[in-house]
Design a binder for this molecule. Structure first.
Ligand SMILES: [Zn+2]
Length: 270
């Protein structure tokens, strides 16, 4: 079965990973801009990273028949210095105009500080002003519930937000309902050590259904699995789910969400 990996950091993965994903049936990936594991020392570091995501990584995946889409943004871990963040945000329009860029992401909160919120507001303003899709990273562990609520409060207060065009990622059992009840897309992250296991993801699919749900590996430079979606597919089959439901989760849902981007021109294999 074909699948789409809508959240993976290809810049942190090897060519062997890309090849294994292609062999397993992956036809397209989404790569949000994120924290590369170290703080960039100047705005030029971001400029080169955004070029990497829009010029170099698409070529690496194309060698294996995988179409690459990127998201442009500034992760909360580097959002604390507001004037510096503003310089990075000023770079984004140039990259958002590129054909295979899906929108503004991943943006959000980390420790939920005032400065993170100030930067986040500017990023949301940029996205809404350009009618871009939005991808939110919600914080880890002890800050997740509070951070998810803060993001939902920000969005609820802005009448321009079209909730069909917003994806709130890294949901868990205690946050998925908040996100879906308000009409947003909810993301589940399959990490080997933190976040959600394939079995817990299947539990949530069974409880909440497949509507507006995206499941991803979010594989990056840490312990993570670029083939995690195939583990989800196997877990769903073990539980006796129909192939049509599996295809909906791993293929049709990502396409439905991504197609809302006006620049999206991918003809998916059937
Ligand atoms: Zn990520």
């Amino acid at each position: 079965m074909y699948f789409i990996e809508p959240h993976i950091h290809i810049a942190s993965r090897t060519t062997d990973d890309i090849q294994a994903m292609a062999r397993a049936g992956c036809v397209a990936v989404g790569e949000p801009a994120f924290w590369m594991g170290y703080d960039r020392s100047n705005v030029g570091g971001f400029y080169d990273y955004f070029r990497q995501l829009t010029e170099w990584e698409p070529k690496r995946t194309a060698n294996y028949g995988i179409r690459h889409f990127a998201w442009m943004g500034l992760n909360a871990k580097e959002a604390e210095n507001v004037p510096f963040a503003r310089e990075v945000i000023a770079l984004l329009p140039e990259f958002l105009d590129k054909p295979d860029v899906l929108g503004v992401g991943e943006i959000g909160l980390h420790k939920c500080t005032k400065n993170e919120l100030a930067t986040l507001r500017e990023l949301i303003e940029l996205a809404l002003g350009r009618d871009e899709l939005l991808l939110f990273h919600t914080p880890h562990l002890e800050h997740k519930l509070m951070g998810t609520r803060m993001i939902l409060d920000l969005l609820r207060a802005d009448s321009r937000v079209n909730r069909d065009r917003v994806w709130i990622d890294h949901c868990e059992e205690h946050t998925i309902r908040l996100v879906r009840d308000e009409g947003y897309w909810a993301g589940l992250t399959l990490y080997p050590t933190t976040k959600v296991t394939p079995e817990r993801a299947v539990d949530m699919i069974e409880i909440y259904g497949p509507e507006r749900l995206l499941v991803t590996s979010s594989a990056d430079w840490g312990p993570s699995d670029p083939l995690a979606i195939t583990a989800l597919m196997a877990a769903m089959r073990r539980r006796g789910h129909e192939e049509s439901l599996i295809r909906r989760i791993v293929y049709e849902n990502p396409l439905t969400f991504m197609r809302q981007c006006r620049r999206f021109d991918f003809t998916p294999p059937q």
